[in-house]
Design a protein around this ligand. Structure first.
Ligand SMILES: Cc1cc2nc3c(=O)[nH]c(=O)nc-3n(C[C@H](O)[C@H](O)[C@H](O)COP(=O)(O)O)c2cc1C
Length: 172
């Protein structure tokens, strides 16, 4: 018999992770996004990244339609924004500076809040329980460095030290 919901959550929350905002555009061209931990740097050759989105997410229809997204890897000072993007607010982008990614069809890059971002085009979509898995081909990205925002046992914290961004010969 599968484990209970409570035990599943307790096991899952024993794993500290970084935090990303997955951002896309809806059919009217309005930005949509959510806070996520379910990120995997899946494949280097070809470059693929994976995110998983809950069936109840309001961002999900936009992801399915737009078929491109930006993964914004958050810095420590983005905690308030991470909390906002984990809510059901209709105005998540209202007070945020963002720029459209040409390689992700205009999906939002949150440059000021991020250690790095990856602009992806959806190559595959899988149903998996109450989530939909999106695999994206990484078309562009940049790294900026800074201190990462982490999530563990349902609370945010900063990574204990800052490390320089890795050198990248070809960032875009
Ligand atoms: C740290 C953290 C990680 C999360 N990870 C995910 C995730 O990987 N996938 C997901 O669908 N929701 C995840 N959520 C929940 C969503 O952020 C939340 O349901 C949000 O309200 C969805 O917004 P939307 O309905 O506007 O898309 C996470 C929340 C937090 C706080």
């Amino acid at each position: 018999m599968p484990v209970s919901r409570e035990l599943f959550r307790a096991i899952s929350s024993s794993f500290p992770t970084g935090v990303v905002i997955v951002a896309t555009l809806d059919e009217r061209g309005e930005p949509k996004g959510l806070t996520s931990q379910a990120y995997v740097g899946l494949s280097t050759e070809p470059p693929l990244m994976l995110v998983a989105i809950d069936r109840t997410s309001r961002t999900l229809p936009a992801m399915r339609k737009h078929r491109a997204f930006v993964i914004n890897f958050l810095k420590e000072d983005a905690e308030d924004v991470a909390t906002l993007f984990a809510s059901k607010s209709e105005e998540k982008f209202r007070n945020l500076r963002w720029e459209p990614s040409p390689e992700a069809g205009g999906a939002p890059i949150l440059r000021d809040l991020s250690l790095a971002y990856a602009a992806c085009r959806v190559t595959e979509e899988y149903e998996a329980g109450d989530h939909i898995i999106f695999v994206g081909s990484v078309e562009a990205g940049e790294t900026f460095g800074g201190t990462p925002l982490m999530y563990y046992k349902r609370a945010y914290a900063a990574w204990p030290e800052e490390r320089p961004a890795p050198p990248v010969e070809q960032a875009r």
